[in-house]
Design a protein around this ligand. Sequence first.
Ligand code: SF4
Length: 190
Amino acid sequence: SVGGKVTLDQIDGLSKTSYPLCMRQLHTAMKENHHLKHFGRLQYGLFIKGIGLSLEEALIFWRSEFTKLMDVDKFDKQYAYNIRHSYGKEGKRQDYTPYSCMKIIMSNPPGPGDHHGCPFRHTDADLLRQRLAAYRIPKKGIDEIMEFVKESHYQLACTRYFELTHGVTASSAINHPNQYFDESRQVLQD
Ligand code: SF4
């Protein structure tokens, strides 16, 4: 990330200012449910790695939420390995890269109880409108976003969302959640 390291205490705030909708949705679900299912953990885990959260802080983050509902032992046995693995510290020590928009839009569509995916692609239109209104997007902006959604231009819908929430004209279309984050930090730190 262009902004360098991100620390755990910044995550809540950043989820409201600089996260794309897909990651804000995962962060909110994690806080509300103290759990994320498999693909949600992958999508969100690799994103927070990509914005610069250290493995140590990532483990604290997942553990502090998950252990609100399960004991530490179970967490350490069932989940900690996969988190270390996604940072390349276990198994083949492969360095997993965060998912692009295309990958999120095209693969593993969310089922019931899932919070991963791309909201512009996978969320019911009425619900999406409600959420955008709750995030203070003006009616005209919501209409513009929904027009892109209707035409299956999900990344353009996301780009318009970026523009409306940052008060700028985007220099290029959004094609990666971590690109969204980096560009947001650039705009907001200027
Ligand atoms: Fe996330 Fe990409 Fe969808 Fe935007 S277009 S919400 S960054 S997956």
